[in-house]
Design a binder for this molecule. Structure first.
Ligand code: SF4
Length: 356
């Protein structure tokens, strides 16, 4: 494989200190180039052992054993209380350090991912499913959401294109602080905005954003989300006794972004967030359902479609999408190849369509 070199090398510091790098390595991350990282998702291993897939498998047909979990930036512009990374994680408002090329990142990210799976295959081979193990060598999906804020990578549109060229679907999650980066994106298989609070005051308290105009950035991101023609989703991370409140404000933000999907996901009491919250802040499925039903009363254009109990996640879909939550991956890549404009409906399906 031809991997192009770094394309820009401003003479500035790296995104991580040596200490941070070694900590991340111990936690199972593998750094890729100057600012990217991969980590094997637990659901990838589970599906390789012939277990169930993640909630995105149940919701959209992402085959977890063929999914690459990664980020293209180690820093972000918020210090969310519910994040597992803690205060020592790098934060910044603007890009700093070298910029690796998309091909360099993709090639090495896949290599590191497969390398990490080699040990896993050795250990658990008896328990695993041979077909899934074989398939896991071929990456078909990328989840750009591992840590940091992947959208801030200056070549975000180019890397999405490069993934699509390899027939790898792209799920990109952003915390809505970089509307100018959203504007750059021509196509993603599914773009997420994380909306962590219903109003400015609570968002300031929960996300501890670096930007003074964080609320205006969030609103601008929502306005842009509405104009995207590919599939879009708003994710609410639900924290009991913290942000499961002010339904009218949530409904108004969601209407503004007009996403195809709404994911409601329970906060998970892990990592550094355990110092900020108690285990009781994790809503039970019953709490999630109650909150969802109240929200749906304010959003008549959406309906409940699916849930994933192990992740305490619920999916709502816009009624105009006719319950088609699944992604028709072959169709998506066909549309990309044709280079014509398309809509979310054009590659959505009621049935699971594996990305072969
Ligand atoms: S989509 Fe997310 S949860 Fe599912 S396998 Fe990929 S990284 Fe894991």
């Amino acid at each position: 494989m031809q991997i192009s070199k770094l394309i820009v090398l401003p003479n500035r510091k790296s995104q991580l200190s040596e200490d941070q790098k070694s900590q991340l390595h111990k936690q199972g991350y593998r750094l890729v180039g100057n600012h990217s990282a991969v980590k094997i998702c637990e659901w990838t291993k589970k599906m390789m052992r012939n277990g169930s897939g993640c909630y995105k498998y149940i919701f959209y047909g992402i085959r977890s054993h063929q999914c690459l979990q990664m980020t293209t930036s180690m820093f972000c512009a918020s210090r969310c209380k519910f994040c597992w990374r803690g205060e020592k994680a790098p934060v910044a408002k603007e890009w700093y350090g070298p910029i690796d090329s998309p091909e360099h990142i993709i090639g090495h990210a896949i290599d590191e991912h497969l390398e990490l799976l080699t040990g896993f295959k050795g250990e658990g081979y008896d328990k695993t499913n041979k077909r899934n193990i074989e398939e896991s060598k071929e990456i078909r999906h990328v989840a750009l959401s591992l840590t940091g804020e992947p959208i801030i990578y200056p070549l975000i549109n180019e890397i999405l294109k490069a993934f699509h060229k390899r027939k790898i679907s792209t799920f990109l999650v952003t915390n809505a602080q970089y509307p100018e980066q959203i504007e750059k994106i021509d196509k993603a298989t599914q773009l997420y905005l994380s909306i962590d609070a219903p109003n400015k005051e609570l968002m300031k308290e929960i996300d501890k954003p670096l930007f003074k105009d964080f609320w205006e950035r969030t609103l601008k991101s929502l306005d842009l989300l509405k104009t995207r023609t590919y599939r879009t989703c708003i994710r609410l991370t639900c924290i009991k006794d913290e942000n499961m409140t002010d339904l009218d404000a949530y409904a108004s933000l969601i209407k503004r972004g007009d996403p195809d999907f709404i994911e409601l996901k329970s906060y998970v009491w892990v990592g550094a967030s355990q110092r900020k919250y108690k285990v009781e802040n994790m809503p039970f499925m019953a709490d999630m359902k109650k909150f969802t039903n109240l929200l749906l009363e304010k959003l008549p254009e959406y309906e409940y479609i699916r849930q994933h109990i192990p992740s305490r996640a619920i999916l709502l879909i816009k009624k105009s999408l006719n319950k088609e939550t699944m992604i028709n991956y072959p169709k998506f890549f066909d549309l990309i190849k044709q280079g014509k404009k398309f809509n979310a409906e054009d590659y959505s399906s009621e049935n699971m369509e594996p990305n072969k």
